[in-house]
Design a protein around this ligand. Structure first.
Ligand SMILES: Nc1ncnc2c1ncn2[C@@H]1O[C@H](COP(=O)(O)OP(=O)(O)O)[C@@H](O)[C@H]1O
Ligand SMILES: [Mg+2]
Length: 70
């Protein structure tokens, strides 16, 4: 099971900061199918990078089967 709690991803872009993603809560059972939708720049790729472990979110926790990955 995937459990997401209060994740925020902030990128440093030169002098400014970009809040790319905020997701207070999401859970998905193993084997379930989900679709991530949203306009360009809304944080879809950032979310997938965080879920897959390629990127550690600035804040919050991601758990796979109860194991904290962040
Ligand atoms: N490496 C990065 N450095 C700075 N800003 C980024 C970076 N990657 C993405 N962003 C910014 O974060 C926001 C979300 O991007 P992204 O997750 O790629 O959205 P999507 O996949 O929905 O188009 C956008 O404003 C984008 O410009
Ligand atoms: Mg994308």
């Amino acid at each position: 099971m995937l459990e997401i709690k209060d994740i925020v991803q902030i990128y440093q872009d030169g002098q400014s900061q970009v809040t790319a993603l905020t997701l207070p809560s999401f859970q998905a059972e193993r084997g379930s199918a989900w679709c991530i939708t949203g306009p360009s720049g809304s944080g879809k790729s950032t979310l997938l990078h965080c879920i897959s472990g390629l990127l550690r979110p600035t804040k919050g926790t991601i758990c796979w089967d109860g194991k904290v990955m962040t």
